[in-house]
Design a protein around this ligand. Structure first.
Ligand SMILES: *Cc1c(COP(=O)(O)O)cnc(C)c1O
Length: 248
């Protein structure tokens, strides 16, 4: 672990990329007639080491996205041990039900909840984490929307969202319904995908007015997502560079 606070060439590289990304987010928000701070930036640090999270904290970032458990939980714990700075880490990747327990100990929210069985698993897991003092707040739940029904990418078809949302709301002691999440289907025009999800979200928010988050947009399509109302872009490559190939 590097000493917290040591500024190196990697920090400079991250700082430059962050500035560019933050500028693009601001420009896209203003172009859509939205306030730049209506869109939060989740820096996706999956596959990158704890040292990069420390550098990003040093640069002022406070929200991170991770996608692989247990790698994610270990990394977050390592960072929390190294510095006292408060930050939030979200789970954004496909979740195996048996990992719900460990994820509920570190995640502020889970973006990628894609089945009723997973809602059930997180209900129990968040209860246990709260009881054991591993977390203080309820676990935020974003329901992943499927536009193409692709089981590989997962998610709820639009007409199954309400049943899932009602199940989240049935557990007010452990779960909080935050909103929706989209991974644009491969091969689908991003504008078409975002336009479709914007319509689904408008109906959803009418029925669940508290669930206003829309997590949509990655390095390649964040401007489009912001134009269609995204409140949270999940950006990895544009900030950290190409992900290292790891053997798992
Ligand atoms: C990896 C990942 C991202 C970040 O993608 P980039 O193209 O690197 O910005 C965003 N969302 C999810 C769900 C991911 O798994």
């Amino acid at each position: 672990m590097t000493t917290a606070g040591a500024r190196d060439a990697r920090s400079d590289e991250l700082a430059a990329a962050l500035a560019t990304t933050r500028r693009s987010i601001g420009d896209a928000a203003r172009a859509a007639g939205r306030e730049p701070d209506a869109v939060s930036l989740l820096v996706v640090t999956k596959y990158f080491p704890a040292e990069d999270v420390l550098r990003l904290l040093e640069l002022g970032e406070r929200e991170f996205g991770e996608s692989r458990e247990p790698e994610a939980g270990r990394k977050i714990a390592e960072v929390r041990e190294a510095v006292e700075t408060e930050f939030a880490a979200d789970m954004i990747g496909r979740v195996q039900r048996k990992k719900a327990g460990s994820i509920a100990r570190w995640a502020r929210r889970v973006h990628s909840v894609d089945s009723l069985a997973l809602v059930e698993a997180f209900d129990g897991a968040a209860h246990r984490a709260l009881d054991a003092g591993h977390r203080e707040e309820r676990l935020g739940i974003l329901l992943q929307v499927s536009l193409d029904g692709d089981p590989e990418r997962g998610g709820f078809a639009a007409d199954h969202l309400a049943a899932a949302a009602d199940r989240v709301l049935a557990s007010p002691g452990s779960l909080r319904l935050d909103g929706l999440m989209l991974i644009a289907p491969l091969g689908m025009d991003p504008s078409a995908a975002m336009g479709q999800v914007a319509g689904i979200r408008a109906d959803f928010v009418e029925r669940y007015p508290e669930a206003t988050e829309l997590s949509a947009g990655m390095s390649g399509d964040m401007e489009t997502a912001i134009a269609y109302g995204s409140t949270c872009v999940r950006v990895g490559t544009a900030i950290l560079g190409p992900r290292p190939i790891l053997s798992h």
